[in-house]
Design a binder for this molecule. Structure first.
Ligand code: NAD
Length: 492
């Protein structure tokens, strides 16, 4: 059994309680690691370390260019350790090694992109409407950031937050998901090697109700950057409001993949399958609602069922495997619950609908790729995020009806549109209430392109140059350069 400690103030430390919790391998269901179980005492220690590192010592003394160079060095170290990090994530999360290899190849880009931005955080000189003053702005780092991540893509979603936070000059306390803490702790070892001063990056492991909640409530935390479920996001937003903390929330989705009759059907098919079955549907951007125009509905659905039924479930380390296990036990039960709910609500089961039998490994958590037809927008399977390999198909007659169905959910993270008519595609992109709209593609992500949700899918944006602003506060500085002494009782 591998044992993991936490990272606080540059040292690997056990938790104050001395307790550990277990982490299992979703492919086999076997426990493989024990993780230090932090509580409010560890949170307090880590935040104090991050607060000290923010205010004193080498970190605030670094030039912005020197901060950027540290991020570049970290990117090089990620490259050098990519295979090891991928292997840990596969073991802890059940993600396919092929997908992790792709993620790890791309991960350094976050640290290079934001490392390059570190010394381009420029203020402005304001041409005031008052004579006799020089007024300029500075963008300063917010302070200590609590970074709370989910289990589905631990390293990538962590990079989306800490690359801009560190580039901005903040310090961080990271709390990974209790289901997948190992890769974050392995990754955290690279910060010292890269030359980051102690206390700039800290990791406290444990459960949401104690470690997560304590981070959000701590008075020395300036900002909470969270990715996870919408219910948790709502609780965090409410708790953070009590002390007026800044908050970024990347939450769930119920994204539509909309296929018009004039689409390139083979391309659409591949996009729909990747949208819901890649990463076993455990992605916030899962295209979990397929909206198909009536004229092509039957043909398209037939092809889709054939393609999905041929998908290979199996060992995540095998390069031929296409669908891996469900990451956590509660998530496995949740997906099975939604299969039952969809059936009770009157949807028609077209494919799957049960645990894989036999399981690719004894103790594994595999569910067959599952497709429901005849879904109505009011059904729970069309409204609620399942976060698994479960697709709901809704037919539509024309563009207006497609839009009505697509926007008829409380989420608004992403949407896919498949058509050869670019004018129609553009109209759809303008009217879809979603933070990302993909036209004739799906699941495309870049460090350079802003990502975030409308409606209940979240607040704030990650990726893209503006994301660094999520970790900065603006200060306005006034210098009297000859303004006359004015009446002290009148506003200048
Ligand atoms: P979750 O909300 O259960 O947990 C996320 C993190 O929050 C974990 O680290 C957890 O320990 C912590 N947490 C739980 N309760 C807390 C509390 N009261 N205070 C502070 N922290 C607390 O989510 P999950 O099940 O790990 O992840 C799946 C969800 O994440 C899905 O809804 C998915 O859509 C969403 N997600 C969103 C994005 C995005 O970018 N929009 C990306 C990936 C995942």
């Amino acid at each position: 059994m591998q044992r993991y400690l936490m990272l606080i103030d540059g040292a690997d430390v056990p938790s104050a309680s001395g307790e550990f919790f277990l982490s299992d391998n979703p492919y086999t269901g076997q426990n493989w690691a024990e993780i230090a179980r932090g509580d409010v005492r560890d949170v307090d220690q880590a935040i104090k370390a991050a607060h000290t590192a923010f205010n004193q010592g080498p970190w605030p003394e670094l030039t912005a260019s020197a901060r950027g160079l540290l991020l570049y060095r970290l990117a090089d170290l990620i490259e050098a350790n990519a295979e090891h990090l991928a292997a840990i994530e596969v073991m802890d999360n059940g993600k396919l090694l092929a997908e992790m290899a792709g993620q790890l190849n791309y991960l350094p880009a976050w640290f290079r992109y934001f490392g390059g931005l570190a010394d381009k955080i420029e203020g402005a000189v304001i041409p005031l409407d008052k004579k006799g003053y020089l007024n300029f702005t500075k963008h300063e780092p917010m302070g200590v950031v609590a970074v709370i991540t989910p289990w589905n893509s631990p390293l990538m979603l962590l990079a989306w937050k800490i690359a801009p936070a560190l580039a901005a000059g903040c310090t961080v306390v990271i709390k990974p998901s209790e289901f997948t803490s190992a890769s974050t702790l392995e990754f955290a070892k690279l910060f010292e090697q890269a030359g980051f001063p102690k206390g700039v990056v800290n990791v406290v492991t444990g459960f949401g109700s104690d470690v997560g909640a304590a981070l959000v409530e701590h008075p020395l935390v300036a900002k909470v950057s969270f990715t996870g479920a919408d219910g948790t996001g709502r609780r965090i937003n409410q708790a953070a409001a009590a002390s007026f903390k800044h908050v970024s929330l990347e939450l769930g989705g119920k994204s539509p993949n909309i296929v018009f009759e004039d689409a390139d059907l083979d391309a659409a098919l591949s996009g729909v399958v990747s949208g819901i079955f890649a990463a076993t549907g455990q992605t916030c951007i899962a295209g979990s609602r397929l909206l198909v125009q009536q004229d092509i509905h039957d043909v398209f659905v037939d092809k889709l069922v054939k393609m999905a039924s041929a998908a290979k479930l199996g060992d995540p380390t095998n390069p031929d495997t296409q669908i891996g296990p469900i990451c956590t036990e509660p998530q496995y039960n949740k997906v099975l619950d939604y299969i039952r709910i969809a059936t009770e609500d009157g949807a028609t089961l077209l494919l799957g609908g049960k645990p894989a039998s036999p399981q690719p490994a004894a103790g594994g958590r595999f569910i067959e790729p599952t497709i429901f037809g005849n879904v109505r927008s009011s059904m729970r399977i069309a409204q609620e995020e399942v976060f698994g390999p479960l697709l709901a198909i809704l037919p539509f007659s024309d563009e207006n009806e497609a839009l009505e169905i697509a926007n008829d959910v409380r989420f608004g993270l992403a949407a896919g549109v498949w058509t050869k008519d670019m004018v129609k595609a553009l109209r759809m992109s303008e009217r879809l209430k979603a933070g990302t709209v993909w036209i004739n593609t799906y699941r495309a992500i870049s460090v350079m392109s802003p990502f975030g949700g409308y409606k209940d899918s979240g607040l704030g944006r990650e990726n893209g140059s503006a994301a660094i602003r999520e970790y900065l506060v603006t200060k306005s500085i006034w210098i009297n350069s000859g303004a006359e002494t004015a009446n002290p009782f009148v506003m200048r």
